[in-house]
Design a protein around this ligand. Sequence first.
Ligand SMILES: Cc1cc2nc3c(=O)[nH]c(=O)nc-3n(C[C@H](O)[C@H](O)[C@H](O)COP(=O)(O)OP(=O)(O)OC[C@H]3O[C@@H](n4cnc5c(N)ncnc54)[C@H](O)[C@@H]3O)c2cc1C
Ligand code: SF4
Length: 334
Amino acid sequence: MRLPPFNYTGPDTLEQALDLLAGHGPDAKILAGGTDLLVRMKKGLLAPKMLISLKALKDLAYIKKDKDVIRIGARTPLADIIASDLVQKEAAALATACQRVGAATIQHFRGTIGGNILQDNRCFHYNQSAFHRSGRQACHKDGGKICYARDESDRCNSTCQSDGAAALMALDARLVLASKGNERTVALTDFYTTDGIQPFAMEPHELLKEIIIPASGGASAYHRLAYRSAIDYPIVCAGVLLKADAGKTDTIGEARIVVGAMARSPLFLAKESAELKGKTFTDTEAFHKAGNGAMNSASTFAVHNVGATLEYRCAMVSEMVVRALNDAARAIQA
Ligand SMILES: Cc1cc2nc3c(=O)[nH]c(=O)nc-3n(C[C@H](O)[C@H](O)[C@H](O)COP(=O)(O)OP(=O)(O)OC[C@H]3O[C@@H](n4cnc5c(N)ncnc54)[C@H](O)[C@@H]3O)c2cc1C
Ligand code: SF4
C-alpha cells in the first residue's frame, strides 16, 4: 500500500497554520503524528491534496495547571501525558487511557492527544484496503447508500475507538478550536455529530488547539478491553469520575460515567451517573446497578463493526464500568 500524491507544508506558527487551513479548506488535512491519518491514506480512504504538519509548532505541546483547570496543547505527545505527575494526580483516567493506546511506538514517537481525539471512527467493513472494498457495494462512508453494520440505516454507524476521548469526556473536558481570526470552546459532550462519516462538529478550517480539563478535586479511572494488551484498539472501554459530597467525605457528591468504543461517540450516561449521587464509596451494589444500567443504555447504540461479537462487547460494558468505579472509589478514599 502506497501513499497517494500530496503536497506538504510545515508552518512555523499557529497563525500560518490557520491561514493555510483557511486557504485550502477541505482539500487540506492537519498532520500531527500521522498514525491514524497516514494509515487511512495508504488504504485509499482519503486523499487530501495538502498536509499541514504541526511538527514545528512546539508551542502547541504543553501540560500546565492554570487556576482550577489543566490545559493540554493538542500537539502534546501521548508519552508526555502518561509521564505527567499533574495528569496522574488530577486526571488519572487520561493517563491510563493514553498508556493503553496502541503500542509504545505510537505513545512515545508519534501519537498526539489531538490526533487521538480526532482520529476517524472505525468499522471493519470500511477500514480495509481499496482492493478489499472494491469487491462489494459501497457503504454510506464510501459514497454508497447502504450500511453493512446496521440494516436499513440511513447513516454511517462507524465507532469512535479513541481511548483519550472516552477518558476526557469522563473528566468533563472542553476543546478549544481555533480558526483564522476566531476561537471557540466546546464541551466534549457536544462535539459529536450523529453521523460516522463526519463524526466531529468542527469545520475543515478549524484546528484543535487545546484541551481543558477542570481540576475536579475528585478521582477518576479508566478501564478498557481489547483483544491484545498492545497494538489493538479498545472494543469496549469506560472512564469514570467520582467526587465526594462537600459535607460527607464517604459519600458520592457527583459521578460521571462514560462508555467508549460502543457508538459513534463516547457515551456520557447521565442517568446512571446521577443515580450514584448520595451512595457511599463502598456501595458495590450501587456500582453493579450502574454497570448494568450502563450496559443497557450503551447496547442500544452499538453495532457489530469493531471486532468481538456484539453480545460480548455489550456484556463487558458492565464489567468495565464496575472496575473503573471501584478504582476511582479506592483512589478517592486513599
Ligand atoms: C496499530 C495501531 C493501533 C492503534 N491503537 C489505538 C488504540 O488502542 N487507541 C486509540 O485511541 N488509538 C489507537 N490508534 C490510533 C492512533 O495511533 C492514535 O489515536 C494516535 O494518538 C493518533 O494521533 P496522531 O497524532 O498520530 O494523529 P494523526 O494521524 O496525525 O491525526 C489523526 C486525525 O486528526 C486530525 N488532527 C490531528 N491533530 C489535529 C489538530 N490539532 N487539529 C485538527 N485536526 C487534527 C488529522 O488531520 C487526522 O484526521 C492506533 C493506531 C495504529 C496504527
Ligand atoms: S458503519 Fe456502515 S456506513 Fe459506516 S463504515 Fe461501517 S458499513 Fe460503512
